[in-house]
Write a protein that binds this ligand. Structure first.
Ligand SMILES: [Ca+2]
Length: 339
């Protein structure tokens, strides 16, 4: 189909759908229009070959169940204890210990070169895919297409990721229709979306390719690079714990991913925090859904919020840390644990 025909078809479909007074939000016409708009944009604005684009979109599938999945992510529907229970399992911790022992040198290298501690690398890899075991079963092209045309709240985001997937496939010489990932289009052991893959993934074993599906060097260096480039600072802290009364906690606690204060501010209003902490770094008392403990509060610090750039949720960052610390506690037990 030529560009002119695309435009004409889009126009006809638009007029046709406008005439329908009772179309549901995602009527077949609207989906078709959205599909042709994306194809048009790939060809017109990004210079992808028309036949290539046509062939891919001839086979693309709309998967309605993904709309359901994205509307109810675990972060939104689960309490902290339920969320934690998904990731802090003996099985996942054991898989992490095995992984850490097998990849000790590589983990040391990433920590040394990029400044991100091993426990954070292990925590992320464990929470994301249980150390590469659960990488997702959907064809990414279908996931991104479905969410771009069928999920209006984030259609712009997913359309951009779909366009990024086309670039990524060209750059890394992937067959676009064969790439698999999560329902939201996250790929490989570290679950990078297409734009992150293009912007933050790096070639850890210098073989000229960036393979987040098969190369642990590429995977771990890429996780380290992502956090490093998003502000990880080894001179700052990740989190602290504090004892404050319930009324102060209710006043200060938040699940926001943008901390409202710094350590100095919290100390000034009576929150007891370690005096060795850098007073100028960001700090926020974390509100956890359904949390029972009235006394101990988690305080997110600078690097805690860097972890939330990977997945924008405070429960995610906390699960990453708890899993990473559980694994590290077994591979390198502290003096107290030994005696
Ligand atoms: Ca590589």
């Amino acid at each position: 189909m030529s560009l002119k025909q695309f435009k004409m078809l889009t126009l006809i479909l638009f007029i046709f759908s406008s005439l329908l007074t009772e179309g549901s939000e995602n009527s077949a016409q609207e989906l078709t229009i959205a599909k042709y708009e994306i194809m048009n944009e790939l060809i017109r604005d990004h210079g992808f070959d028309e036949h290539y684009v046509n062939n891919i979109f001839d086979q693309v599938e709309f998967l309605p169940e993904l709309i359901e999945s994205i509307s109810r992510p675990a972060e939104k529907t689960k309490s902290w204890q339920e969320y934690r229970g998904i990731f802090l399992t003996p099985k996942r911790i054991a898989a992490g210990v095995l992984f850490a022992n097998q990849h000790k040198e590589l983990l040391d290298r990433v920590e040394e070169e990029l400044g991100v501690p091993k426990k954070v690398l292990l925590g992320i890899l464990g929470v994301e895919t249980s150390f590469g075991k659960i990488q997702g079963r959907y064809e990414v092209i279908n996931s991104l297409y479905t969410l771009a045309v069928g999920y209006p709240p984030r259609s712009k985001f997913f359309k951009e990721e779909l366009i990024n997937l086309f670039y990524l496939s060209r750059e890394q010489d992937f067959s676009i229709s064969n790439i698999k990932g999560s329902y939201a289009g996250a790929m490989g052991a570290p679950q990078f979306i297409a734009s992150s893959y293009r912007n933050y993934a790096i070639d850890g074993n210098s073989d000229g390719k960036i393979d987040l599906f098969n190369s642990w060097d590429d995977v771990l260096m890429s996780i380290g690079n992502y956090l490093n480039r998003n502000g990880w600072d080894p001179t700052k802290d990740i989190m602290s714990k504090t004892n404050i009364d319930i009324s102060l906690k209710e006043k200060l606690a938040s699940k926001t991913i943008k901390p409202k204060s710094n350590v100095g501010d919290l100390v000034a209003i009576g929150v007891p925090l370690d005096s060795k902490l850098d007073q100028t770094q960001k700090a926020q008392i974390i509100y956890l859904e359904g949390e029972q403990s009235e006394n101990i509060s988690v305080v997110g610090l600078h690097n805690f919020y860097v972890i939330t750039t990977y997945n924008r949720n405070v429960m995610y960052a906390l699960a990453v840390l708890e899993l990473g610390e559980s694994i590290e506690g077994i591979i390198s037990p502290s003096y107290e644990d030994l005696f």
